[in-house]
Ligand binder design. Structure first.
Ligand SMILES: *[C@@H]1O[C@H](CO)[C@@H](O)[C@H](O)[C@H]1NC(C)=O
Ligand SMILES: *[C@@H]1O[C@H](CO)[C@@H](O)[C@H](O)[C@H]1NC(C)=O
Ligand SMILES: *[C@@H]1O[C@H](CO)[C@@H](O)[C@H](O)[C@H]1NC(C)=O
Ligand SMILES: *[C@@H]1O[C@H](CO)[C@@H](O)[C@H](O)[C@H]1NC(C)=O
Ligand SMILES: *[C@@H]1O[C@H](CO)[C@@H](O)[C@H](O)[C@H]1NC(C)=O
Length: 197
């Protein structure tokens, strides 16, 4: 049931390259290394990851679900996927996250809320930014498709001087009583902004 929806979501995902106007030389920017883990993306669940342009990163992991109800355990109420994105880039440049898109299905009973919380930080820094979205039950279609987009400058920039991994945590949670589930397709579309420093 999820699979056909996932293909529909994939079809909707435009791979056109949205590029910010740049004055910097970004020819040295590339994906160096990727690490991932968490209850929402165990080892083996990563299917695709690419720095499409210096401004755009897309990753696809198996979808994951947070659920509450008769057959759900306490650990099902919260699921998270952390991705560490290490980029190569010349000293004198820094970047930040400006746009993130993810999507899935919500099936939330009366009184049940589902929260989708994307947070980011650079390794070695205590500065963090989170973008929580709460979907409120009852959502009475069997599955409500959602697509969430944030477009704002985080003001949390990579340190100047040496590259530092960007950590992105995609977390789903549902309230502790009632019946419901929140599903994330695992498709994450991130936009970066660069500047000289
Ligand atoms: C990502 O990096 C952080 C340190 O910044 C580390 O604690 C965490 O284990 C890393 N996660 C993965 C999935 O490698
Ligand atoms: C819970 O699990 C049982 C046994 O697998 C199944 O028969 C039942 O339909 C499930 N209930 C829900 C609400 O999924
Ligand atoms: C932000 O994401 C939305 C949805 O994918 C897209 O329409 C928009 O062009 C993006 N903006 C930037 C600056 O990348
Ligand atoms: C669900 O969200 C609504 C709106 O934010 C809030 O008023 C309500 O208390 C939340 N319910 C639960 C069970 O957390
Ligand atoms: C979102 O994630 C951040 C970072 O882990 C956390 O501090 C914050 O409490 C979370 N917000 C919600 C609503 O879950």
């Amino acid at each position: 049931m999820y699979a056909s929806g996932l293909f529909a979501l994939l079809a909707c995902l435009s791979l056109s390259t949205a590029q910010a106007p740049a004055t910097q030389d970004l020819s040295g920017v590339s994906l160096a290394q990727l690490a991932y883990g968490g209850s929402g993306c165990p080892q083996g669940s990563l299917k695709f990851a690419e720095l499409i342009t210096p401004w755009r990163f897309v990753s696809i992991t198996d979808g994951f679900t947070a659920a509450v109800g008769s057959n759900a355990s306490v650990t099902d109420q919260r699921k998270a996927c952390q991705i560490n994105i290490s980029l190569n880039y010349p000293a004198g440049l820094q970047f930040t996250l400006v746009n993130s898109t993810y999507s899935g299905y919500a099936n939330l009973g009366y009184g049940v809320n589902g929260t989708h919380n994307l947070s980011m930080y650079f390794s070695g820094s205590s500065e963090q930014k989170a973008f929580p979205d709460t979907l409120q039950g009852t959502l009475d279609e069997k599955f409500t498709v959602y697509k969430l987009t944030h477009l704002e400058t985080t003001d949390v920039w990579s340190p100047c001087g040496a590259p530092s991994p960007l950590n992105v945590v995609n977390e789903l949670s549902v309230t502790q009583t009632g019946t419901g589930s929140l599903y994330d397709s695992g498709i994450m579309d991130l936009a970066f902004l660069w500047r000289t420093c």
